[in-house]
Write a protein that binds this ligand. Sequence first.
Ligand SMILES: [Zn+2]
Ligand SMILES: [Zn+2]
Length: 229
Amino acid sequence: MFQYKHRHLEITSIFVFVVYCVMLVAKIGEETIRLADNISYLVIPLALFPIFVGYIGADFFSGLVHFLGDTFGTEETPVLGQAFIKPFREHHVDPKGMTQHDFVETSGNNCIVSIPFLLLVYYFVDIRVSLFAYSFYSFFSFLMIAVFNTNQIHKWAHMENPGRLILFLQRNNLILSPVHHMIHHTEPFDKYYCITVGWLNPFLYKIHFFEGIKILAFKIFGDRVAIKH
Ligand SMILES: [Zn+2]
Ligand SMILES: [Zn+2]
């Protein structure tokens, strides 16, 4: 029953997510034409550079969510246990299992989590108010698109033959590569959590970012939350 209900939620979320993403990108296109006419075509880098930042942002969030799912709570945790924590835990036991998941199962959860942010920006941030807002829209839209694709990229990293284009992107480190991701899948599974492209992994590992959160959480909550050591 839970699986059935959750799948419906995933399908609805993917639909809503795609509709709002298209509307966000349409707003950027419309505003780019207006700014180019009124100011100059030099505004275009203000839309392009944030795309790069959005990709790095997605890499960061993928790492943070993955770390939280791997580290805190159990499969019995109310609300989040079955839907969010269980897939992370199962993935370490059976890394190739996710390659059998269809599109809905692969990308649905990311849409559910992203929709509130998408709605907030679409309805409460006015793209026309400043050039900063224009750049922010571009950053945010690509962040959302990259978040949407993260689990698919992760799935490709576990597939034997994801296709020539994907292999090209992986070999050039433009998306998460299998070799890079294997570092996370090596015991004790406590580093290289970022799974969009992995560019942030060496840096976050060097500054002990996730280890620091774990130590802090233990200091604050003690045994009240189940922490995987
Ligand atoms: Zn993991
Ligand atoms: Zn993996």
